[in-house]
Design a protein around this ligand. Structure first.
Ligand SMILES: NC(=O)c1ccc[n+]([C@@H]2O[C@H](COP(=O)([O-])OP(=O)(O)OC[C@H]3O[C@@H](n4cnc5c(N)ncnc54)[C@H](O)[C@@H]3O)[C@@H](O)[C@H]2O)c1
Ligand SMILES: O=c1ccn([C@@H]2O[C@H](COP(=O)(O)OP(=O)(O)O[C@H]3O[C@H](CO)[C@@H](O)[C@H](O)[C@H]3O)[C@@H](O)[C@H]2O)c(=O)[nH]1
Length: 337
């Protein structure tokens, strides 16, 4: 019988791509989302249950209805700047909401959980390649709200044998090759979509934050992983837990970094036009360089990024944002001022 997977936050960017992948792999995804940031139109590969992770009764009812073999938990707020100005919102939604998720999974007989963590839990590490053993020292409430959930999962595993996998994504980017879903955050703060939108003349306030880092060209370096590769990694993590794998944490990245100026050049090459930008000082809290060591996910999950060349990431993102722009799916998007 097809195994059902309850996907919390499945109407969002990474969640919707993962639902597509789960269906391709023979799972039956069911999305649970409050649509605070996601889009009903992105729920294309299974049912949508409207609910909020801050409500344990909502979660209990969904789990009772679906009887999932595993839970994938994407539901979160993820704007670093907003987490600094309104930390209560982040601890309530991301940490308390996740405690409800973990408790509901335990109450229902220890349903295994795959949790969306982030490289923001590492803070500003002084190493060239970040391994899972690199010390986690998050520097903003968003990172701390996620780090706390990792700790809750470790404690529930030790005390009650609730198994889980925390996946620490580096920078998610790109879009579905078939343009069925794509990146449509209500506030777009990420580098790649903003560089594309600037090239297309859809925003006029694109800035490069910092040109005085200790990097090859002075701009900050990140490890960009294609969203379809992230989706594949979630399917692999599902199989790992369903086959009895133990609680663990994994980096999800490529192991190679690109600077902000390299990303801008790649967008210019893809769109054959210039990317207007102004130079601004560093964004507070931005580390110079964050690059993953992806070896552990390869070794234990059998996962390796296959679609994450910078060219493919920008090609698929640009197609979504311009050539095959889907206004209906994205009608609620408002760009950041
Ligand atoms: N995008 C990135 O680069 C990145 C990097 C590292 C980690 N992450 C994490 O990955 C996850 C998904 O990120 P995304 O970029 O797809 O974000 P997204 O905003 O597109 O998706 C999050 C989804 O969760 C839903 N949601 C939020 N709070 C909820 C609640 N209380 N109850 C029910 N649903 C709720 C939203 O409506 C949305 O559909 C998040 O947990 C984020 O912290 C993202
Ligand atoms: O308009 C922009 C946007 C970003 N940047 C720079 O580009 C790099 C990447 O920034 P961004 O795309 O915002 O990603 P990060 O700040 O690295 O954070 C992302 O990646 C984190 C780690 O995965 C996640 O936790 C966060 O949710 C997600 O926003 C950074 O050096 C930024 O300073 C600019 O110069 N101009």
């Amino acid at each position: 019988m097809t195994q059902k997977i309850l996907v919390l936050g499945g109407a969002g960017y990474i969640g919707s791509h993962t639902c597509k992948k789960l269906r391709q792999k023979g799972f039956d995804p069911v999305t649970f989302d409050n649509l605070s940031d996601g889009h009903g139109a992105f729920v294309k590969w299974g049912e949508l249950i409207l609910g909020d992770i801050r409500s344990k009764p909502d979660l209990d009812a969904a789990i009772a209805k679906v009887a999932p073999a595993a839970i994938i938990h994407f539901a979160a707020l993820a704007y670093v700047g907003e987490s600094v100005s309104d930390p209560a919102k982040y601890y309530e939604n991301n940490t308390l909401g996740s405690l409800n998720v973990v408790q509901a999974a335990a109450d229902a007989g220890n349903i295994p959980i795959i949790f969306s963590s982030t490289c923001a839990t590492y803070g500003t590490p002084d190493v060239s390649l970040i391994t899972e053993e690199t010390q986690q020292q998050p520097i903003n409430p968003y990172g701390r709200s996620k780090r706390m959930v990792e700790q809750i999962l470790q404690d529930f595993s030790a005390a009650y044998d609730l198994r889980s996998v925390s996946l620490r994504y580096f920078n998610a980017a790109g879009g579905d090759a078939d343009l069925e879903v794509g990146e449509a955050h209500r506030q777009e703060t990420h580098l790649i979509p903003r560089a594309i939108l600037s090239a297309l003349g859809r925003i006029d306030d694109f800035a490069v934050f910092g040109d005085d880092y200790d990097t090859s060209d002075g701009s900050a370096v990140r490890d960009y992983i294609h969203v379809s590769d992230l989706a594949e990694a979630h399917a692999a993590a599902c199989s790992y837990l369903l086959n009895g794998g133990r609680t663990d944490v994994f980096n999800l990245g490529v192991g190679k970094g690109y600077s902000v100026f390299e990303v801008i050049k790649a967008v210019e090459a893809e769109l054959n036009t210039s990317v207007p930008f102004r130079q601004e000082p560093r964004r507070p809290g931005d580390p110079a360089s964050l690059i993953s060591d992806p070896a552990k996910a390869k070794r234990l999950l059998g996962f390796e990024a296959k679609h994450s060349s910078l060219e493919n990431i920008i090609h698929t993102a640009a197609r979504w944002h311009c050539l095959d722009w889907q206004p209906k799916a994205c009608e609620t998007v408002t760009l950041n001022a």
